[in-house]
Unconditional design. Structure first.
Length: 64
């Protein structure tokens, strides 16, 4: 089973169960004699947040 086939299978399973498909996912594929086991989870992009109190320091760092 290719990664593309695995992604299609997971998206299909999610839609059959009434869930929205994941935009991006991580999949582990375990192949047996005649079957495959897929372990999938949504992949989230890292989120970067800057605290308000850090803005003056960041501004000073980049303007010097």
């Amino acid at each position: 089973m290719t990664t593309e086939q695995a992604e299609q299978a997971v998206r299909h399973a999610l839609s059959v169960c009434g869930y929205a498909p994941w935009e991006s996912m991580s999949i582990e594929i375990f192949e047996g004699d005649e079957v495959s086991l897929l372990i999938a989870s949504p992949r989230r992009e890292p989120e970067v947040c800057i605290a308000d109190y850090a803005l003056p320091f960041i501004n000073e760092y980049f303007t010097e």
